[in-house]
Design a protein around this ligand. Sequence first.
Ligand code: SAH
Ligand code: SF4
Length: 357
Amino acid sequence: MEKYDLRSMDLAEMTELMGQLRQPAFRAKQLFGWVHEKQAAQIGQMRNLGKALLAQLEAQCQLTALQLERRQCAQDGTEKFLFRLADGNYIECVLMRYRGDLSKQRNTLCISSQVGCAMGCTFCATGQSGFVRNLTAGEILSQVYEVNGLLAAEQDLSIGNVVFMGMGEPLLNLDNVLKSIRLLNDPQGQQIGIRRITVSTCGVVPRLYQLAEEKLDIVLAVSLHAPNDAQRSSVMPVNRQYPLAQLMEACHVYQKRTGKRISFEYALIAGFNDQREHVQQLKQLLKGLDCHLNIIPVNPVANIAQFQRPDRKQVAAFVKALQQAGLKASVREEKGTDIDGACGQLRGKVLKQNGEL
Ligand code: SAH
Ligand code: SF4
């Protein structure tokens, strides 16, 4: 019999489990607290559940274990974690420390939703490695739990913001992503503010409509990267299936349903999407939408030499031109460039060293 994964279970499921075990309902609340608030690493730790119940839980359940395989620290305090899953697969997440004013200090964790990614964007290390499998809800939120555990031991701030910008396309694992978001936000769990959770998508249109119906107060980020179909299709295969007109229509509907501003990610690639004409095309494309453009100088990825970042001046000039065209735009602060900040790269390196790639 497959064991229940406690970290993937919400209160309703734990209540059902306790019913099956002929336990009173308050035991489910206690169990929930151990799993999602105290982040117990082992079932044996849950002392107040009583010996008999612990033995039953040990027999029928497990806790998602992520094993920390590597930890790389950049000069700016950004850290990259490579975790090994129970089945031997690897995932990455990146901790970004924002300092400055005390009131603005925060730790943001960029987490993965899949092992690999099927979408094949040509500039992305994860996209180049192909798709392996979806993560469970427990595996998704365990990234936050494990890193919070490390931060607590180091007396650092706990994770305040979570962004689904690691490996994988979150909308293609929507059920588990939504479940992990609700559990991370739960007042009896980690209490991560719902507005401090960002889901980034390459634009899987039908799933955007589905997400709109959830009416969640999360931040939606859409990876745009090019202002017209020809260019976008050349770097993002998803655009051939869901071209820009469909994507923009879905964004308008999303905004109407949720009332939320949408973020667009735009990786600036020298000589490709950084010209004046692109500013005008973006202006046309985003007309009538309340949105913000995050301009990210493209992260050079090993083996993909054709994507170079423009120099600082060019990046600043592009952002200024966007602002003059009436768009809200800013440069995304670069983090951890000396440790291959972009996700997928560390996993790629380790698989290569192990002869698995
Ligand atoms: N699959 C989702 C979320 C994960 S990727 C998506 O595509 O939105 C997170 C972000 O990193 C996306 O905006 C993605 O386009 C961007 N990205 C991937 N490779 C990059 C690179 N080499 N340089 C800059 N941004 C990159
Ligand atoms: Fe997948 Fe996002 Fe990378 Fe594209 S950019 S391959 S959707 S992870």
